[in-house]
Design a protein around this ligand. Structure first.
Ligand SMILES: C[S@@+](CC[C@H](N)C(=O)[O-])C[C@H]1O[C@@H](n2cnc3c(N)ncnc32)[C@H](O)[C@@H]1O
Length: 332
């Protein structure tokens, strides 16, 4: 029997945790490598408790992540193999871990937001990136989750951006370099500077060394609220504006306008709301943005409005086959 939308809504908590634990304990990798297997077999191979595993697999079968055969063995749904194969660019295990280890705790704040308002509650809390970058381990875990969210789609976004005429791109808040690496791989004459908070530098430099990108990829440490942005003929913002309220976004885009060469472009790479308020992933992440940051997700039209307010023209949206899309504006 298929689950009702009420069941799916009410018991989502269980499936998120089941996803995370199956990924964490190598259950999906086992199913990918060995094919269908019984809980006993998987549990023996992964040295985990068989009964707990079977209960987790029953939840995952009910939400169609795994399929249960008549003999009681389980297989990973074929379409989801890339999402749970750590070697695949579509792997989302790190992001699911972020949902469980960070987002779950922060969702408790929504209750206080409802009764006291976000501004009053946030005033008593450290700023988002003070919490996210509280130590090196937390910094590394966040940047790994961002890489997993952004690297796969970045190849398509770099293609959609059409950067053949760009020589120097500044990726503002470019983190450990997911978009930079994809763009450099596609455009041999391109040079990229990742501009980000100083804590991010060692992670970007590791990416540069691992990918053998040498001087084509550099890091500029800075705080975009305190300084001008480095000059470039193209500036990109991936999942940046969704961290901030409209007024702050326009301030950042004005800085990008000042830093951008005439005729150059700004690229915004974001989840987008449809006009009807969907899809679910954007609606859920919009709630997440509310507790983790000061931002929200927007429609393409709303991004056009922010771009125009900062002076950009020729606004256009290019949708990818993933859930991160490209909105562009041009400096006249
Ligand atoms: C949500 S992440 C996006 C990472 C990456 N662009 C992507 O699309 O996956 C936001 C990024 O903004 C950076 N950031 C936050 N505040 C900043 C500031 N004041 N100045 C510069 N970068 C900042 C963070 O360090 C982080 O890398």
């Amino acid at each position: 029997m298929t689950s009702s939308s009420l069941d799916n809504a009410m018991f989502g908590l269980f499936s998120t945790h089941a996803l995370h634990l199956a990924d964490k304990h190598g259950v999906f990798v086992h199913l990918i490598e060995e094919g269908a297997a019984t809980p006993d077999r998987i549990a023996a191979a992964r040295r985990i408790d068989a009964e707990t595993l079977e209960r987790l697999l029953l939840v995952l079968a009910a939400v169609s992540v795994v399929e249960r055969d008549a003999d009681g063995s389980y297989r990973l749904a074929r379409a989801l193999v890339p999402s749970f194969d750590p070697q695949n660019p579509r792997y989302i295990g790190g992001f699911v871990r972020h949902l469980v280890t960070n987002t779950t705790g922060q969702l408790q704040q929504l209750d206080a937001y409802l009764t006291r308002g976000k501004a009053a509650v946030d005033a008593e809390l450290p700023s988002p990136f003070e919490t996210i970058y509280r130590d090196e381990a937390a910094t590394g875990a966040f940047l790994e989750a961002m890489w997993q969210l952004s690297y796969g789609v970045s190849h398509e976004l770099a293609q959609l951006a059409g950067l053949e005429d760009v020589r120097h791109l500044v990726d503002v808040g470019g983190a450990s370099g997911a978009f930079a690496v994809a763009a450099l791989g596609r455009y041999p004459d391109l040079r990229v500077t990742v501009y980000d908070l100083p804590q991010v530098g060692p992670f970007l430099e590791r990416t540069r060394d691992e990918q053998g990108l040498g001087e084509r990829l550099s890091f500029a440490p800075g705080d975009f609220f305190r300084e001008a942005l480095p000059a470039a003929d193209c500036l990109s913002f991936g999942y940046i504006l969704s961290d901030w309220e409209d007024k702050t976004c326009v301030e950042l885009l004005r800085k990008a306008y000042d830093a951008c060469a005439s005729g150059g472009r700004v690229l915004l790479m974001e989840r987008l709301f449809d006009e009807d308020g969907g899809p679910l992933a954007t609606a859920a992440q919009n709630l997440s943005m509310h507790v983790e940051t000061y931002g929200r997700h927007r429609t393409a039209e709303e991004y056009f409005g922010l771009l125009r307010e900062a002076g950009f023209t020729d606004c256009a949206v290019h949708r990818s086959t993933w859930d991160k899309h490209l909105v562009m504006g041009r400096k006249p």
